[in-house]
Write a protein that binds this ligand. Structure first.
Ligand SMILES: *[C@@H]1O[C@H](CO)[C@@H](O)[C@H](O)[C@H]1NC(C)=O
Ligand SMILES: *[C@@H]1O[C@H](CO)[C@@H](O)[C@H](O)[C@H]1NC(C)=O
Ligand SMILES: *[C@@H]1O[C@H](CO)[C@@H](O)[C@H](O)[C@H]1NC(C)=O
Ligand SMILES: *[C@@H]1O[C@H](CO)[C@@H](O)[C@H](O)[C@H]1NC(C)=O
Length: 314
């Protein structure tokens, strides 16, 4: 009896040490925060019909991890980021390290309000990405084949508003075959429809995702408004998505829960305020409203990226 409870106490102690000093597993609250950010930015459902992450996609452009929606200068994101996958507790059984493959993509979802049923611009596409053992319980990535599309940094056209560049970590089934038009390494940037690509290849689900915003100059288009994430709803959302697992997760968080909760709500509210300040700066320009302004903006974005691609070739 004594031995058993002593062992239990040790396990409990090591769990709390792990959660206090190293962030190697994603909490339900963090997953709910990312999901809420994607919904708030209208990436769900406009760009992704649904998104139920099983991990955090940590994105580092040579420095700190970026929180979803972080506005960054194009010069800061001109080289490919380092991606790290921080698994939730249910990740490992669904995606065993030894046998799982993934696809990594970065896609320009353009400004809030864009009709995503059209084509998007592809900024990065790598198939056959495996997991490597990273620090603690987090995973690094092993790009086992050359990318279909090499990373090409954002180059939004001046005045086209804050573009949302979505980084995606997608489950790649063993039956996956790259479609003909995207089967060769170093395929230049081009238009493609992300949802069609997923549907036609059988890729999915999206296991983790993150996004940055990059803007060139002052927006001369009207950006649809978004509402800030209500951080007070995240705890309830985190609990309700996990059923019976949530109570044990919640109690094992113990005293760490307050700081996790506040960092998730900070992330959520900072993305909310970033989006609303983008809206404020857009409306301050006195731009015309209505969907008609969106089409020139997205075309301008494509022209900008096309120019960038030419720049890369030469
Ligand atoms: C991943 O990002 C989260 C949120 O920024 C951070 O709390 C955590 O420490 C990061 N983990 C790793 C392994 O980089
Ligand atoms: C893991 O749990 C999260 C949060 O409840 C859920 O959204 C996700 O679908 C689960 N993933 C798997 C592979 O079951
Ligand atoms: C990456 O994958 C290749 C091909 O499967 C393998 O030979 C190599 O050992 C892997 N590297 C790491 C660090 O896992
Ligand atoms: C969208 O992309 C697909 C695949 O590259 C292409 O066949 C199609 O013509 C594009 N549509 C438009 C409207 O550009």
């Amino acid at each position: 009896m004594f031995v058993k409870s002593f062992t239990t106490a040790l396990v409990a102690a090591s769990l709390s040490v792990q959660s206090a000093f190293a962030q190697n597993t994603a909490s339900n609250l963090q997953l709910a925060g990312v999901k809420a950010n994607f919904e708030q930015a209208d990436l769900v459902p406009a760009f992704l019909p649904t998104f139920n992450p099983s991990a955090l996609l940590n994105v580092s452009f040579g420095g700190d991890n970026v929180e979803p929606g972080t506005p960054l200068a194009a010069t800061a994101v001109s080289s490919a980021p380092t991606l790290t996958v921080v698994p939730a507790s249910n990740f490992t059984s669904a995606y065993p390290q030894a046998s799982s493959m993934f696809t990594v993509a970065m896609v320009d979802a353009d400004i809030v309000g864009t009709d995503e049923s059209g084509n998007q611009t592809r900024h990065w596409l790598a198939n056959n990405v495996a997991l490597t053992t990273g620090e603690g319980g987090a995973y690094g990535l092993n790009y086992t084949t050359d990318p279909i599309t090499n990373y090409a940094g954002p180059g939004p056209a001046e005045g086209s508003g804050p573009h949302r560049y979505v980084l995606l970590f997608i489950s790649q089934p063993s039956t996956f075959t790259a479609p003909n038009y995207l089967s060769q390494p170093n395929t230049p940037l081009g238009t493609f429809n992300f949802q069609n690509y997923l549907t036609s290849t059988g890729l999915g689900p999206i296991v983790a995702a993150n996004y940055i915003t990059v803007e060139n100059g002052v927006a001369t288009v009207t950006i649809s408004s978004t509402s800030a994430v209500q951080s007070s709803t995240l705890v309830a959302a985190a609990a309700s998505t996990t059923g019976s697992a949530s109570s044990s997760a919640a109690s094992s968080m113990g005293s760490a829960s307050a700081s996790k909760a506040s960092s998730a709500s900070r992330a959520a509210s900072s993305a909310g305020s970033a989006a609303s300040s983008a809206v404020a700066s857009a409306s301050a320009t006195g731009a015309k409203s209505g969907a008609s302004t969106l089409l020139p903006a997205s075309l301008a974005g494509l022209v900008g990226v096309g120019a960038l691609a030419v720049g890369l070739v030469f």
